[in-house]
Design a protein around this ligand. Structure first.
Ligand code: ADP
Length: 178
């Protein structure tokens, strides 16, 4: 977990490679659906472009079928859950699969650093939601709907300082989970 720009995707990729996990980024999954012009993609597009979250039932259906099909593989979730109902739904999915969540990592970075990072990334990301206005909206949505998850997972959350180089942040994570 972590706000937009915290480095979730970057660190998730590194961890997936190191521990042989499947990296599931809901942002990437949704962008693929948009590209393929599927029903899910068409529904998701306007929410994403406006910096809003795609409805919980859409995400829960995607993650239920994805995690069920990957039942026997370890996964790292990047960008899910993002709301309390998604976290509750994930608990049910995990229980039904007789599986478990090993770690919950929360990468935190000061808001102004995040906004600067995202504006920089916007230069070449080509993402329609990487404009200054939508970036600010995504931070607001994060604070309102996703930040409360820190309390939901308070018993097993690991806090990671996300300010620093990619490698420094990776080392901080490895120290906590090895
Ligand atoms: P970032 O974390 O930088 O905002 P993502 O690629 O993770 O980027 O997400 C981009 C957009 O995809 C979000 O702003 C949201 O509209 C949608 N999205 C991704 N994951 C979820 C989710 N779990 N629930 C609802 N919407 C989501």
């Amino acid at each position: 977990m972590g706000p937009p720009g915290a480095g979730k995707g970057t660190q998730a990729k590194i961890l997936a490679e190191k521990y042989n996990l499947i990296h599931l980024s809901t942002g990437d999954i949704l962008r693929r659906e948009i590209k393929k012009k599927t029903a899910i993609g068409l529904e998701a597009q306007s929410y994403m472009n406006g910096g809003n979250l795609v409805p919980d039932n859409v995400l829960l259906a995607i993650m239920d079928s994805t995690l069920t099909s990957l039942k026997d593989s370890g996964t790292i979730l990047d960008g899910f859950p993002r709301t309390i109902p998604q976290a509750e739904g994930l608990s049910t999915i995990v229980e039904n699969l007789d599986s478990k969540i090993d770690y919950v990592l929360n990468i935190h970075v000061e808001e102004q650093i995040l906004i600067n990072r995202l504006i920089e990334r916007a230069q070449n990301s080509g993402r329609p939601d990487d404009t200054e206005e939508v970036i600010t909206k995504r931070q607001k949505v994060y604070t309102k709907l996703t930040a409360p998850l820190v309390n939901f997972y308070k018993n097993n959350i690991i806090q990671i300082d996300g300010d620093g180089s990619i490698d420094q942040v990776t080392q901080r994570i490895l120290k906590q989970i090895q």
